[in-house]
Design a protein around this ligand. Structure first.
Ligand SMILES: Nc1ncnc2c1ncn2[C@@H]1O[C@H](COP(=O)(O)OP(=O)(O)OP(=O)(O)O)[C@@H](O)[C@H]1O
Length: 499
């Protein structure tokens, strides 16, 4: 069963519809049955390798609801369980899944007209941390530190198992739901989730044997679920790039350049220390929603390393002479005749702030002084920028100045000291994940906020959430600066559920 009145929206972010072709993604609609066992209820996300759905399991093997990742057919062929996963699975078996690491309960296959798809069954997780500390939400500092501590502890455990993540970003860290989530009836579950927004795709996909679905479904904002279904536990996910420390890849991993360690970029060296560098970037993002080493001038490492040079200090001489082409060091490229690589060089100064100054400029969310109870997970974890057009930077700056005071001096000093120890260009001298846990900044106590699972919502509050989640996605998508608008060739229509 699923909810009526699903609407189709313009401007929602969804997977690229070009992924629906032979060897590509599996065409899936809400209400479909997969492998004769899983009913598709809601969308949870998508990545490069597939789509992820919230499903009910008729066999109830791992609980009533699970997440089903349906992998593109071409990727499904070589998706063997690896030594990395074996080690993580053993750890989770011994400590309870979902614990720190998201590992699959089981895997099976499903055949569509696009091929044979690996389906991985996972516990259902809550929102990724990337959806909390962003332009229009500011994570309260106590959670920034607490989540940072949990991630550092997870990374330390992973490294003690001889495993490196290779793609540690705030997108690959998620809040876990509390136990009450699995007790929801299907009707309750569908009521509290933001309405699934669907977008009709190309006309050709409406033909019966076309490779695509009739519509694609947007990823809902899971922070809008009622507060009492959340926990404060963090889970590390997406081990697609993970590797064993003693057989690390000798190339740049497929991580966003702003999280890449310099030795990975310049010397093709990956190790637990490169995870620690990415962890430093995560810690900064949890404190302030801006990438420290941005790759905004292109999705390549060159602009990130320029930022490192200005923020951390001069890059070692031997790295400066490495030739780059099109933003990448040439050892990563198959150059064509006529391509002319140039040594990295340093552009005119683009940053005036040192690491310490970047930290001192952090503004922090302050708890509202009123006694208004949080209703949603978002209210619990974040200060929300109220009703300001997100394109209106001037008003946002004004709001920030009035509502988010600068980080306290002592906290800034400790935090900058920790980051200095993390962002050491010499990876052999970089602090380890276990040492990060012992650093004074990690030891500081946060403000006690209790457990979201203990918040008691009265029926009126619950009604308000259900009502808001029926429409709020409209408001959210239209105000989101990151909503991509999807493919312009798509046909857009308003539909009622035909399922
Ligand atoms: N178990 C889960 N519960 C809830 N949401 C999930 C779960 N697994 C994945 N997701 C969501 O789906 C998104 C894509 O999942 P995942 O990262 O596994 O796919 P991917 O194809 O490997 O992605 P990437 O392109 O980042 O490598 C995630 O960012 C997350 O938001």
């Amino acid at each position: 069963m699923f909810r009526d009145n699903c609407t189709v929206d313009i401007g929602v972010e969804t997977e690229d519809t070009d992924m629906y072709q032979e060897g590509g993604f599996c065409p899936i609609h809400l209400g479909d049955s997969i492998a004769g066992r899983f009913e598709i209820l809601l969308k949870l996300g998508h990545g490069k390798s597939g789509t992820v759905w919230l499903v009910s399991d008729s066999e109830n093997r791992h609980g009533r609801y699970v997440a089903l990742k349906v992998v593109a057919a071409a990727y499904s062929e070589n998706y063997e369980p690896t030594a990395v996963l074996d080690r993580l699975k053993k750890h989770e078996r011994d400590h309870g899944n979902p614990g720190v690491f998201l590992v699959e309960f089981e895997r099976l296959f499903h055949t569509s007209r696009n091929g044979r798809h690996l389906c991985q069954v996972f516990p259902v997780l809550g929102p990724p941390l990337s959806s909390l500390n962003i332009h229009w939400n500011r994570l309260y500092p106590t959670f920034g530190r607490e989540f940072g501590r949990q991630v550092a502890s997870g990374v330390a455990t992973m490294h003690s198992l001889g495993v490196c993540h290779g793609d540690l970003t705030t997108t690959n860290l998620a809040i876990r739901f509390g136990k009450s989530f699995d007790h929801l009836t299907e009707q309750e579950l569908l009521a509290i989730f933001p309405s699934p927004r669907r977008r009709l795709v190309n006309d050709c996909f409406e033909e019966k044997d076309s490779p695509g679905p009739q519509y694609v479904v947007a990823t809902p904002d899971l922070t809008l679920l009622p507060v009492n279904y959340f926990s404060t536990g963090i889970c590390i996910l997406d081990f697609d790039q993970a590797f064993l420390a003693d057989s690390a890849p000798r190339h740049i991993t497929n991580t966003p350049p702003s999280y890449l360690a310099p030795e990975s970029i310049f010397a093709q060296t990956n190790s637990p220390a490169s995870d620690v560098w990415a962890l430093g970037c995560v810690l900064f993002m949890l404190k302030y929603p801006v990438e420290l080493f941005s790759h905004e001038f292109g999705r390549h490492p060159q602009s990130a390393v320029h930022d490192m040079h200005f923020i951390l200090g001069p890059l070692p001489e031997e790295w400066m002479s490495i030739p780059f082409f099109d933003g990448w060091p040439i050892h990563e490229l198959d150059l064509e005749p006529g391509d002319e690589p140039k040594p990295l060089g340093i552009p005119p100064r683009i940053h005036t702030a040192s690491l310490e100054e970047c930290v001192e400029r952090i503004r922090e969310a302050r708890y509202p002084t009123s006694n208004i109870k949080p209703r949603t997970g978002r209210d619990f974890f974040c200060l929300v920028i109220p009703g300001i057009d997100l394109g209106d930077q001037e008003r946002i700056n004004q709001w920030e100045t009035e509502n988010t005071p600068r980080i306290e001096k002592e906290d800034a000093g400790l935090f900058a000291d920790l980051l200095r120890k993390i962002f050491n260009y010499d990876h052999t001298k970089r602090i380890t994940a276990s040492q990060i846990l012992e650093h004074s900044w990690m030891q500081e106590a946060g403000q006690e906020r209790g457990d979201p699972g203990d918040v008691v919502l009265d029926p009126h509050d619950m009604d308000l959430i259900i009502h808001a989640n029926r429409d709020v996605t409209q408001e959210w998508w239209s105000s989101s600066p990151t909503s991509s608008g999807g493919k312009s060739s798509s046909s857009m229509e308003q539909t009622d559920s035909e399922n």
